[in-house]
Design a binder for this molecule. Structure first.
Ligand code: GZL
Length: 372
């Protein structure tokens, strides 16, 4: 197959998975960012995201720049290796979402010639506060933060603000005011992801399924939105679907397995599982098999993140679907910083486009290297 035909094939497969390769023009169905379902996400896993205002907010306010952020902060030149940018990662890179997110930030910093320092808080919000303060002490003049939770980073944010160091949040939000306590938020439409998960699970398990929900770590907008989005959709479209149990697996495989074991013992009627991330879904698969049940046959499973091992499970029939949480923040994050120090500025909410893997496209997406 010649190169151009192969590229067209890859693009066609990518679009089927809801992904848009940089080289192809994709019409994004768009996602509104948070409060309303995105019925059919189209993803753009490598190019810039579409900037959308939150549907509940008034039209996007003035863009945020170094001039109007927290009363004004020094203008920096990011490239050339003189300016230090700090990256604060929340969780262990044993989770492929975190590993890919970190690699994306590192690769973009390298390609732009930005001097990057970084820390990993291993899911400990107190550690994340002290690590951010440490990076400030080490000379960081701008910060990219993947928050562990939405309300725990007050001390670090206050320290950064006092030092006139702007903070860009990615993947989870923090409390406070955009362009004052933090620059902006870049992340997925978690509420929309969950609504699609509800459609996928009802489609796979039938509209009278008995569902167990493995919820994410409490205290962050991702878990909140993924739980609310799923329950709202079930209530609105599948009133006969029954949520028989909902318990946190703390976004980890170990806890996901332990909780799933307990739920299967307590609820023999479970025939469907909604896992709010792939790490917990991997644990749930172990628990289901240990209980003598067959994933994909007598228990249908839908998960969120779109990591390789779980998308392989979709291709193999063990899971019904996996909605991607696109972790490739590098280009978007540094574009936001460059716009912040330029004239364009940054909108308060930038939604990254996610893919959607089902039995119809999972194997081809894997074959084409579109899965992280
Ligand atoms: C989503 C991110 C979530 C992932 C999980 O942006 O915050 O945290 O979906 C991770 O895998 O634990």
């Amino acid at each position: 197959m010649n190169v151009s035909r192969r590229a067209r094939t890859a693009a066609a497969i990518a679009m089927a998975a809801g992904l848009c390769l940089a080289a192809t023009a994709c019409t994004n169905s768009g996602s509104s960012g948070g409060d309303s379902a995105s019925d059919s996400p189209s993803a753009n896993s490598t190019a810039a995201a579409q900037e959308v205002a939150s549907p509940s907010a008034s039209p996007a306010g003035p863009a945020c720049t170094y001039k109007n952020y927290a009363g004004g902060v020094p203008r920096l030149t990011l490239t050339g290796g003189k300016t230090v940018v700090g990256f604060s990662q929340s969780e262990s890179t044993s989770n492929p979402f975190r590993a890919t997110e970190t690699k994306s930030i590192e690769a973009q910093a390298k390609s732009l010639g930005v001097k990057l320092i970084e820390r990993n808080a291993n899911a400990d919000v107190n550690a994340q506060n002290s690590q951010i303060e440490d990076m400030i002490a080490q000379g960081a003049k701008a910060l990219i933060v993947a928050p562990e939770n939405s309300d725990g980073l007050g001390p670090a944010l206050a320290r950064a603000k006092a030092a006139k160091i702007p903070v860009l949040t990615i993947d989870r939000t923090v409390g406070g005011t955009a362009c004052d306590d933090f620059m902006a938020f870049i992340g997925s439409d978690f509420y929309g992801q969950a609504q699609i998960a509800a459609d996928d699970l009802a489609g796979a398990a039938g509209d009278s399924a008995h569902v167990a929900i493995l919820t994410g770590t409490p205290g962050n907008n991702v878990s909140t939105d993924r739980t609310k989005g799923f329950q709202d959709r079930i209530k609105a479209k599948y009133p006969k679907v029954k949520v028989v149990a909902s318990q946190t697996g703390n976004f980890t495989q170990t806890d996901g397995q332990k909780v799933m074991e307990q739920l299967l013992q307590a609820h023999s009627d479970i025939n469907a599982v909604y896992s709010e991330n792939d790490e917990m879904a991997l644990g749930a698969l172990q628990a289901i098999r240990s209980a003598g049940r067959t994933p994909g046959k007598d228990i249908k499973i839908v998960s969120i993140d779109g990591t390789k091992q779980v998308v392989q499970g979709v291709a193999g029939g063990q899971l019904a679907a996996d909605i991607e949480t696109n972790p490739r923040f590098g280009p978007l994050a540094f574009q936001a910083l460059q716009d912040f120090y330029g004239t364009k500025g940054v909108q308060p909410k930038v939604i990254i486009k996610d893919g959607h893997f089902t039995s119809g496209n999972a194997q081809q997406a894997l074959d084409q290297g579109l899965v992280y």
